[in-house]
Ligand binder design. Structure first.
Ligand SMILES: NC(=O)c1ccc[n+]([C@@H]2O[C@H](COP(=O)([O-])OP(=O)(O)OC[C@H]3O[C@@H](n4cnc5c(N)ncnc54)[C@H](OP(=O)(O)O)[C@@H]3O)[C@@H](O)[C@H]2O)c1
Length: 344
């Protein structure tokens, strides 16, 4: 068995990692850290795990060597302690944004601080298998993905790869997001009377995941707007684009199928009838799937590309486990085959 320790295991991403890895046939969870809950059972923080494990939280200070460390700490913590983490494990997957960008200048621009260990940026591979599968397979250090960035990247990847987009016209991606994106630390905005029933423009401009999308797709004129909506889990990206040359809906089917036809976790969702004709996060809660679709206005050449994910799964823990599987040469779907719920 491969021994994995989860650092920052009391949070929402940590809880999702535990839920998935407890059923993973190749994995033994060595340690799970929480400073606030050290010594307590993990099911105290994650009641859905009651009866599945008797593991207790450890502290960062007592972290022992293991085969793989998965880090799920708040922004900045992994970058500051990366040397120590690398002494503890030969392989690291970091779910934070600390190592997602390739260059220190872009990091400083988007995150507002100098990167504490810039020489480590080039040692990490961006951990979205649908974009970087080959490189992840041989990597020692893999970054996680931004949840909003993942929804946008998967919506647009086929069009970007095919060179179908008019990149002289700005692309605008509106992402509607659930409250678990904010983590388990409460604040005034997450207080139930303030958060419930919102349609709140959280980051109309300047969201940090913009940098990740530009880097992944190689297109500079992409802009994100993030809106908080009445969901706990889920993100829906609605990306407004224009085609470089006229294409038909049949052409777009060919373009999307050529990229996603063999992807185990991407479904093309574009039905002619029914309630769920286009991607919707509601039916993806608890699953690692990304549903991707589009609508074409042939007269104007406008394509609205759409992707839905569960932010804690495909947008964080599930994708991290896809990378864990790839690094070890296990089937990529191992431990990740849960089907989403309907109705919820
Ligand atoms: N939420 C999402 O949808 C999502 C999606 C993609 C990526 N991510 C990224 O994943 C990471 C974790 O996100 P999350 O939503 O799980 O956050 P979270 O719920 O706030 O959990 C943070 C974890 O870090 C631990 N922690 C906090 N401060 C610490 C410190 N000073 N020293 C050691 N441990 C500390 C917490 O443990 P204790 O406080 O119990 O000690 C907790 O286990 C973040 O970097 C986030 O950007 C999140």
């Amino acid at each position: 068995m491969t021994r994995v320790s989860i650092v920052g295991a009391s949070g929402y991403v940590g809880g999702e990692l535990l839920r998935l890895l407890l059923r993973h046939p190749q994995i033994e969870i060595a340690q799970a850290t929480s400073e606030r809950r050290a010594g307590q059972f993990v099911h105290g923080a994650h009641p859905n795990l009651r009866g599945y494990t008797q593991l207790r939280f450890s502290t960062l200070a007592t972290l022992a060597p293991c085969d793989v460390l998965i880090l799920a700490l708040p922004h900045g913590h992994a970058a500051r302690q990366i040397e120590r983490f690398a002494e503890l494990a030969p392989r690291i997957i970091d779910c934070s944004a600390d190592f997602r960008l390739d260059d220190a200048e872009s990091y400083a621009r988007w995150y507002g601080d100098e990167h504490p260990n810039p020489e480590w940026l080039s040692r990490f591979v961006y951990g979205l298998p649908e974009i970087n599968r080959e490189r992840i397979t041989t990597a020692r250090y893999v970054s996680g993905v931004g949840c909003n960035a993942t929804a946008v990247n998967l919506a647009l990847l086929p069009l970007a790869r095919a060179g179908a987009l008019d990149v002289a016209r700005p692309i605008v991606a509106e992402v509607k997001v659930g409250s678990s994106e904010g983590g388990d630390e409460p604040n005034v905005g997450s207080h139930h009377p303030e958060r419930s029933h919102v349609v709140r423009s959280y980051a109309p401009v300047g969201h940090r995941h913009t940098a990740e999308v530009r880097q992944a797709l190689g297109i500079e004129e992409i802009h994100l707007s993030i809106t908080a909506v009445e969901l706990v889990r889920g993100a829906l990206a609605t990306c407004h684009t224009w085609l470089r040359e006229p294409l038909t809906d049949r052409d777009l089917w060919r373009i999307y199928r050529s990229v996603y036809g063999d992807e185990p976790f991407v479904r093309i969702v574009k039905e002619r009838s029914g309630v769920y004709r286009l991607p919707e996060p509601k039916i993806l809660a608890g699953s690692n799937l990304a549903d991707v679709g589009w609508a074409l206005d042939e007269q104007s050449g406008r394509v609205v590309a759409i992707a839905a994910i569960d932010n804690l799964q495909k947008g964080a823990a599930g994708t991290a486990i896809q990378c864990l599987n790839l690094i070890h040469g296990w089937p990529e779907t191992t431990g990740l085959e849960t089907i989403g719920l309907h109705p919820v």
